[in-house]
Design a protein around this ligand. Structure first.
Ligand code: COA
Length: 340
């Protein structure tokens, strides 16, 4: 048995905002943002878009691709959706507080009447957690065969646009993969994962207002809506350690030499974090996939968006070994070894 990736998809809002455009509204500059993060632009969801609408579009792209279609083919989507047993959505920016989950909204949007649906809350590591969770849920039951795992976010809706230290970092988008349990006996698909957390760092990346611990009260004048607060330095230090640790662990457990790995797809939070980890592990530049310049940090969507880009560009061949590695709010970290 193997849990293989059958198809991928992505959805990114059309509204692309460059650093220079941002600098017209915020006290920042293209030079500062690029030199500190590697970010050149971000895509911002329109008023008619939401985390669930981006997730639905990415899901439709993946299901159409699974049927051999380019773009979205609604007939193919309908047919494929009926075969889904599970929909997992990793997100830190769900449409609604508590319930319904984004996954249930997408399940309905797809007409995936046979699928269980739930969200995963693991910060920017959510997609990495999602791949392992779906693998486990498919593997443990004879009756489950196909799962959609999606990372979807509208982080610009919870960015504090008065805090130049954080708002310039984030973008919106969604990426989806279709997983299928196959009879393959050799090593294929999601072959190993590492998942971890360090809740002692929970305040380093936090949305403090709006939850049950600190709810908005009737009649209260809200100075700030629910926004992301971040201790950038603390997250940076955690991230470099988490990325290097996860890659080393996965390579060690799988007995992998660097030469054997085609791509490492890190969570796209900051190019400096990725380069620092790459330097420590002597990872050749061409193996580290980077697209942060175009999308900024799309949290749990960043890894599946990158996977879809590589896949659609024809850069992944059967048998290629890929590592994903993520870190984020919680604090959480994790990685997957995927044999394409
Ligand atoms: N434009 C211009 N100047 C800015 C700025 C912006 N957008 N944001 C901050 N600055 C200024 C600060 O005010 C400060 O100025 P000062 O020295 O006059 O006080 C200076 O730049 C340095 O700020 P600092 O916060 O110390 O910068 P940094 O080098 O630590 O970089 C981050 C900040 C956020 C880029 C970096 O800490 C980081 O990437 N951390 C990890 C964040 C992350 O990955 N989060 C997501 C996890 S999933």
């Amino acid at each position: 048995m193997a849990i293989e990736i059958r198809a991928t998809g992505r959805a990114v809002p059309k509204n692309r905002v460059t650093n220079d455009e941002l600098a017209k509204k915020i006290d920042t500059s293209d030079e500062w943002i690029r030199s500190h993060t590697g970010i050149g632009a971000r895509h911002i969801a329109g008023e008619d878009q939401s985390t669930s609408s981006l997730a639905l579009e990415a899901a439709k792209q993946a299901l159409s691709a699974a049927a051999g279609k380019t773009g979205i083919d609604e007939d193919a989507v309908k047919e494929q959706a009926a075969t889904l047993d599970l929909i997992l959505i990793a997100t830190a920016t769900a449409d609604y507080y508590g319930c319904p989950s984004v996954a249930c909204l997408v399940q309905h949007g797809l007409g995936a009447v046979n699928a269980a649906a739930m969200d995963i809350s693991a910060g920017c590591t959510g997609f990495v957690y999602g791949l392992e969770t779906a693998s486990g849920l498919l593997g443990i039951s004879d009756s489950r065969k196909r799962a959609l795992v999606i990372g979807a976010e509208t982080l610009t809706r919870v960015a504090n646009w008065e805090d130049r230290g954080t708002c310039v970092l984030f973008g919106d988008g969604a990426g989806a993969v279709l997983l299928e349990k196959t009879g393959e006996t050799g090593k294929r698909g999601i072959v190993r994962s590492v998942l971890g957390a360090d809740g002692s760092g929970s305040e380093a990346l936090i949305m403090r207002r709006g939850g049950t611990k600190n709810p908005f009260k009737k009649g209260e004048t809200v100075e700030l809506p629910t926004v992301i607060e971040m201790d950038g330095r603390a997250v940076y230090n955690f991230a470099v350690k988490a990325v290097t640790g996860a890659i080393e662990f996965l390579m060690d457990r799988e007995g992998l030499a660097m030469d054997a790995i085609k791509y490492i797809i890190p969570h796209q939070a900051n190019a400096r974090i990725i380069h620092a980890a790459g330097k420590r592990l002597h990872i050749p530049e061409e193996k580290l996939y980077l697209n942060i310049e175009e999308y900024a940090n799309t949290s749990s969507a960043s890894i599946p968006i990158a996977l879809d880009e590589l896949n659609k560009a024809g850069k992944l061949q059967k048998g290629d070994i890929i590592l994903t590695v993520g870190f984020g709010g919680g604090l959480t970290y994790g990685g997957n070894v995927i044999i394409w």
